[in-house]
Design a binder for this molecule. Structure first.
Ligand code: GAL
Length: 429
């Protein structure tokens, strides 16, 4: 345990590190305690749970958000530019797939936030379009986008406009066209169909407006094109393979590794999000892959799309429980809204989670995390909307200040089980 004034104090505690900060003079109201240098003292990577006190943003944050907040504090207070942000790390496997990208996102956020101090954003207009407002996770995400842009980055509330794509790409494309006609300075877009990215990117390019895509990742060919053609377009999101892997690991961490009836195989149903969405595809694939990679035999009883929707998932789970009964050992849901629906069906069928059936989701909706604590959901995966919203906003500012932006910026997921669910819930509240 070491504390060096002016640096972050890290104490390893299980899988977490607790961060404390030092006092520094700060002229910006509300920011009377801040981190001046973020540095892993032992050079190791950890999942971090930081606490920043007496700031307007008092939530505990994971490393990505922390990195961006640190930079912001510095930018707001004219701090040193030699800030080194700390790094988040997931499991070894996840490290390989996402660490480099996370590093890129962190760096982008750090420099972008520093740029926010010099770029006058007060009169800049940000157009945001969400694929549909009626989505639990994207509601949390857009709330944080607006809060962060206005409260922390200094955009005027009337200059941050959020539109509802209503699940209709044609309608959303029209909205984007209107943003362009009205000369918005930067766009943050959660596309209805990620496959529309080439068309939308070209529209923005013609108008000279940078675009930050969020949540629904365009394909690799399109992302490479942004690089090769030097387009002002980028993606901020998470690597959905990591969330799928974590779901599988949560099942492997149970006493019988998901094989409740000891017949030598894990029999499951898979309730998918919108299958056009890469999050749905990867979570479906990698959750099961984690089991087979660990040598488990699996049997897929059913795979059906629930479109991220609680009511649809409830119906799917109810029908499956009627049809397959006790054969179902695991219900994989591509998100928590659907896990909440599946739980209603499980309870109605008189089954008991963690006793005769396992249930996992993704997102870490507060209700789902509470269910993990109460033993009504086996696990979930934190889809960090704070970090993603902040990275997307910081990168938008980076574009406004004319800086170069990487094509892909990834934020880490975090596994949520009974062991850390209370901590995650405290952070979310
Ligand atoms: C996923 C999230 C889902 C849903 C979807 C929308 O990342 O887990 O709950 O919001 O994005 O694209």
């Amino acid at each position: 345990m070491r504390f060096v004034k002016g640096e972050i104090w890290l104490q390893k505690k299980g899988a977490y590190a607790i961060i404390k900060n030092s006092m520094e003079k700060c002229t910006k109201a509300g920011y009377n305690e801040l981190i001046v240098k973020g540095k892993c003292l032992n050079g190791q990577n950890y999942f971090l749970n930081g606490r920043i006190q007496n700031m307007r943003m008092t939530k505990k944050v994971t490393a990505m958000a922390l990195a961006s907040m640190m930079a912001l504090s510095l930018a707001g207070c004219g701090g040193s530019s030699s800030t080194t942000a700390t790094t988040a790390a997931a499991t070894e496997a996840a490290k390989e797939t996402t660490a480099a990208a996370t590093e890129a996102a962190k760096e982008a956020a750090t420099t972008a936030a520093a740029a926010a101090a010099t770029t006058d954003v007060a009169d800049k207009k940000v157009g945001i379009s969400i694929y549909k407002f009626d989505d639990n996770f994207m509601t949390l995400y857009r709330t944080e986008l607006v809060r962060y842009l206005t409260e922390d980055l200094g955009f005027k509330a009337e200059n941050v406009v959020v539109q509802d794509g209503k699940g209709d790409q044609a309608e959303q494309t029209n909205q984007i066209q209107n943003f362009i006609t009205q000369k918005y300075d930067v766009l943050i877009l959660n596309l209805v169909q990620a496959s529309s990215a080439p068309e939308i990117t070209d529209m923005c390019k013609e108008a000279g407006i940078p675009v930050v895509y969020i949540n629904r990742e365009p394909d690799a060919t399109e992302e490479e094109r942004w690089e090769s053609e030097g387009l002002n377009a980028t993606y901020v999101g998470c690597d959905a393979r990591q969330s799928g892997t974590y779901q599988g690991e949560e099942i492997l961490e149970t006493a019988n590794k998901g094989d409740i009836n000891s017949d030598g195989k894990v029999s499951y149903i898979m309730i998918q999000g919108d299958p056009e969405n890469v999050d749905a595809q990867y979570r479906t694939e990698f959750s099961v892959k984690a089991l087979t990679d660990a040598g488990m035999e699996v049997e897929e009883l059913l795979k059906q799309r629930g479109d991220w929707d609680q009511a649809k998932a409830q119906q799917i789970a109810q029908d499956a429980l009627n049809q397959y009964g006790d054969k179902i050992e695991v219900i994989f849901c591509n998100n928590d809204a659907m896990a909440l629906g599946a739980l209603q069906a499980i309870e109605a069928a008189g089954r008991k989670v963690n006793e005769d059936i396992y249930l996992v989701g993704v997102d870490a909706l507060t209700e789902a995390v509470q269910n993990v604590i109460d033993g009504k959901q086996t696990g979930t995966v934190f889809n960090n909307h704070f970090a993603q919203a902040q990275a997307a906003s910081d990168i938008a500012v980076k574009f406004l200040s004319g800086e170069k932006v990487d094509a892909v910026n990834m934020v880490n997921y975090e596994k949520v089980t009974k062991d850390n669910a209370q901590e995650i819930l405290d952070m979310l509240k």
